[in-house]
Unconditional design. Structure first.
Length: 346
């Protein structure tokens, strides 16, 4: 792909990194920690309103030779945070995309955040096919009738040169409502700070020490990135803290008694191609998992102005390394050469 060498600004901060991750991961944790016939019925009922058919040949990614088995194969799931509250359009946008890999053998979880402004070539978008920010794939897939999620998944696959096996798409309200349903989560805040409440713009104060967070406070806790304290108490660290706290809460015996409320929330705020059968296969593998190993792979790069637009241009070596790591995690064959649809910098 043609490489641009125009005005380069500062190194891209972890802008919007995992903005939606915890919302999506909570959904997955809740699903895979469910058990029992009653729970199966409740979750299946919720999924009946949430399931999206990706219309894939053989019901698998084109980059997979064979169908995967949850009990033995590592899998990849694309978590999509969709901003769907725009007033002037019926099409939402994929504000954030995170690739999660789950390995039933090592019980390890790996996360890769895809910067929303990554400059890529989007295909299968009709008249809109061409160079765009990667988050535009969702919008163009929607308005052309190709499929919003389908095009977003295919674009991420071409970026990283890996198959995406499943997806979960969610919104802000899901996180808020689920945390409230769970009765809140307890966090040991390491440094005090404040952040705006996205619902009413009020200021939420976080004081050092253990505190019980409700849904709106949880959103503020995991989203803050502009305060000075973010340099020493990063969003990555806070989100890992929060995730572990949520897992502890979800794994508690009392969660099962709230499955009806949780299922209602899932049905209203989630789209996925995971079936109830898939979910309970995941449950069998991960529900007993204690102290999960969660690792983050990062794509290095920089903000760059190209033809008047602001993009994230990944470093080719970094993108290749992330791709190779993911392919190794997913037990895929080595590729003799690395290919990507991204506009990269050497």
């Amino acid at each position: 792909m043609r490489k641009h060498r125009t005005k380069i600004t500062k190194e891209k901060p972890k802008k919007r990194i995992l903005k939606w991750f915890l919302l999506s991961t909570i959904i997955i944790v809740l699903l895979v920690s469910s058990y029992g016939i009653y729970t199966f019925v409740q979750v299946k009922s919720a999924l009946d309103h949430s399931t999206v058919d990706l219309d894939r040949k053989g019901d698998k990614s084109e980059l997979r030779e064979n169908n995967i088995t949850f009990s033995k194969d590592p899998i990849s799931i694309l978590l999509i945070g969709v901003e769907d509250y725009a007033k002037d359009t019926d099409s939402g946008r994929a504000d954030t995309q995170i690739v999660v890999t789950l390995d039933p053998n090592s019980k390890q979880i790996h996360l890769v955040t895809i910067p929303r402004d990554t400059r890529v070539r989007i295909e299968n978008a009709g008249e809109y096919s061409g160079i765009h920010k990667i988050n535009a794939a969702y919008t163009y897939g929607d308005i052309t009738g190709y499929g919003a999620v389908k095009l977003q998944i295919e674009t991420v696959e071409k970026l990283l040169n890996i198959p995406i096996d499943h997806f979960v798409a969610v919104n802000f309200d899901g996180l808020r409502d689920i945390v409230n349903t769970l009765g809140g989560v307890t966090i040991d805040v390491k440094e005090g700070f404040w952040e705006k409440n996205i619902y009413d713009n009020s200021k939420i104060e976080f004081k050092k020490g253990k505190t019980l967070l409700n849904g709106e406070e949880s959103l503020a806790f995991v989203r803050m990135r502009k305060r000075d304290v973010n340099a020493t108490y990063s969003r990555d660290e806070r989100q890992r803290q929060f995730l572990k706290a949520v897992i502890d809460q979800v794994m508690s015996a009392k969660t099962i008694f709230k499955v009806g409320q949780i299922s209602d929330i899932l049905g209203k705020n989630v789209e996925t191609d995971l079936s109830a059968k898939d979910i309970f296969a995941l449950q069998k593998q991960y529900s007993k998992l204690k102290n999960p190993s969660i690792s983050t792979l990062e794509i290095d790069g920089a903000d760059q102005t190209v033809d008047g637009g602001s993009y994230f241009i990944p470093q080719e070596s970094s993108l290749q390394q992330v791709s190779e790591n993911l392919r190794s995690i997913l037990k895929l064959e080595d590729k003799s050469s690395f290919t990507t649809d991204a506009d990269v910098a050497n």
